[in-house]
Design a protein around this ligand. Structure first.
Ligand code: ZN
Length: 146
């Protein structure tokens, strides 16, 4: 990868460079180009990133992405959520969660890394190949909502 490609990639990951900030030593957070009050947390790039929407005392985490499927179950996501907690130690951190990531978020809540799982209804993810969210099988409810 030559230096120009590197710069382009960096711009792509963090579109509004001058608005990059760190919060309590965590960062960079890049202002989302279109969503109000929304910041893209790139402190764990290229492994993972996510969005945080900050409104008053509340911080919503959304769009959590661990980019390499091989690293999905190795704690990368939870490390990133821990970063968000360190950045916002006194805020209420909340999420809406898909059926397939509810287990992860329940763990995060138990460990005090987030405060609230907002949705108490089933919410299938957008990935139609996801077996947890888009299975026709009858799955015992406790697997998802215990
Ligand atoms: Zn799913």
């Amino acid at each position: 990868m030559n230096i120009n490609t590197k710069i382009e990639t960096k711009k792509e990951a963090c579109k509004i460079d001058e608005n990059t900030v760190s919060i309590n030593g965590r960062g960079p957070f890049c202002e989302h180009p279109r969503k109000e009050n929304c910041w893209i947390y790139n402190g764990r790039m290229p492994t993972s990133n996510c969005w945080v929407t900050v409104v008053g005392e509340y911080v919503e985490i959304s769009n959590v992405k661990v980019h390499n499927p091989a690293e999905r179950r190795s704690g990368q996501g939870s490390e990133m959520v821990a970063d968000i907690r360190r950045a916002f130690p006194t805020h209420w951190i909340w999420v809406d969660t898909w059926n397939c990531s509810r287990g992860f978020w329940k763990k995060m809540k138990q460990r005090g890394k987030i405060d609230i799982i907002a949705n108490d209804y089933p919410w299938p993810c957008i990935n139609t190949t996801c077996k947890v969210c888009h299975s026709n099988r009858i799955v015992p409810a406790r697997r998802h909502f215990e």
